[in-house]
Design a binder for this molecule. Sequence first.
Ligand SMILES: Nc1ncnc2c1ncn2[C@@H]1O[C@H](COP(=O)(O)OP(=O)(O)OP(=O)(O)O)[C@@H](O)[C@H]1O
Length: 253
Amino acid sequence: MTDLTVTNLTVKAGRTTLVEGAGFSLVPGELVALLGPNGAGKTSLLRAALGLEKRDAGTATLNGDDCARLSPMERARRVAYLPQQRPLAWPNAVRDVVALGRYAYGAAPGRLSQPDADAVDRAMETCDLAALAHRSADTLSGGELARVHCARAFAAEAPLLVADEPVAALDPRHQFRIMDIIQSYVARGGGALVVLHDISLAARYASRLIWMKDGCIVADGPPTETLTAERLAEIYGVRARVHGTLVHIEGAA
Ligand SMILES: Nc1ncnc2c1ncn2[C@@H]1O[C@H](COP(=O)(O)OP(=O)(O)OP(=O)(O)O)[C@@H](O)[C@H]1O
């Protein structure tokens, strides 16, 4: 079983500490939301955890292997990463864009092996893209493009998914749609770590919430244990009412 395990991770940029002493794990079968205000260090934590940026202390392993030492292809076979900064769109057919996700297996659009083609088809089906297969990706709406990005990540058929704000700028229906797709990936045995800014959405879908503030993880546990009005005040500086996993934010504290 693939696991991403991070211990005591510290990331600095010059003299500024972006992440300090962070630890968490991700295993298949769980959908974990990473929460925290803008600038809390979520992206820095994820990138260093995956070995995409240097760390200044701590360890980060995938299946026991140091993430920083994995080749890009080896890493891509173990974890699919959907970055926050995504290309706006490519002027290529949707299916070819999804096929980019087979990079982990050395594939390129236009020369897909049968297993590659099958994996692309499965990812397209999961993300409901069959009708758009031949459309140029730069003609899609934001919601459609978000599904293409997801399908590209899923095409690698990696056991873990790390997605940095996959529902940013989507309307509520499309947010649910993307989260449903991620949830079905988890139900099929994947493990997902997803950065979200919508606390209600996180509480609705995630089995665990990791809360971050000022570069530190301040709580990690199920919504029923970690989602409280006090925590929302501490982390986001807002007044809120919490009933189970329902959240009503009343305003700034
Ligand atoms: N290379 C860098 N040099 C200096 N500061 C940096 C660098 N990279 C990130 N930062 C700063 O570190 C802090 C954390 O950034 P990061 O992108 O990790 O936060 P985030 O929690 O993902 O934020 P958001 O929710 O807005 O995406 C921010 O204040 C950012 O400006």
